[in-house]
Design a protein around this ligand. Sequence first.
Ligand code: AMP
Ligand code: MN
Ligand code: MN
Ligand code: MN
Length: 277
Amino acid sequence: MYYDLHTHTCHSDGTLTAGELLSRAQAGGVRVIAITDHDCTDSLAEAAPIAASLGMSLVPGAEISVTWRAQTLHIVGLRIDTDNIALQAGLTRLRQERDRRAHAIAAKLEKSGVRDALAGAARYASGAVLSRTHFARFLVEGGHVRDMRAAFKEYLGAARPAYVAAQWASLEEAVGWINGAGGQAVIAHPARYRLSSGGMRRLLDEFKAVGGAAIEVISGSHGPEDQTRFAALAKRFDLAASAGSDYHGPEQAWIELGRLPSLPPGCVPVWERWGAH
Ligand code: AMP
Ligand code: MN
Ligand code: MN
Ligand code: MN
């Protein structure tokens, strides 16, 4: 597959630098790549000349944290103008919320007998974003848990002892920031949310009403049944379809770069109106 419209670098919770990510993607056959770090666009300035030198097309993106009906959702923005002031003000607010949450997570870990977790997690973060992924790496490396999965299951996941609810952007704000910056808003990895089929329909209705453009039909975390289900929902709600690996690095990959399947027939690709790449 030629396109990969959802990837992370070490500016958020990926492990590769922009250069390492782009080289690896190119070697895997990716030609058009979006870097979509959580609540941050800092890797894009560094990535742009590298992508140009590799002959790849770089789509400026971000994965925005959203709270919708007490649930966390991720909305990917594609082809955003990273100089847009309202967008950057929104992302700054979300990173401040991440910092507040990180202190609260560390305090809860302390109560569970894990000391100095804030400094520990910060050692794994090379950019401005502090993620639960960094706490998870710290817990694994410190021998507190066996692996990343266990870190979320035993400490960091919803309702676990070190879980802290965050107040992210509203759906309308996130889509508004993306559209205001000239981009397209995409619901990331829709199969990962705990929603009934009625809940999913309400989400898609609301997303469409506030100006959302597409959903990830192909995601690194989707199985074949998810692809079929979300292809049908995209069609029904008149949304375009996107494809992204959600790559975070070689040690925690759902799928290797360049191995995404094609969009199912009948989908309208989100890149259809982008022109030649
Ligand atoms: P945050 O946005 O800081 O709350 O962290 C969410 C990130 O944690 C996601 O983007 C994933 O990269 C990672 N994550 C969530 N659940 C798991 C899990 N069960 N195992 C490994 N990583 C996870
Ligand atoms: Mn992540
Ligand atoms: Mn996500
Ligand atoms: Mn992601």
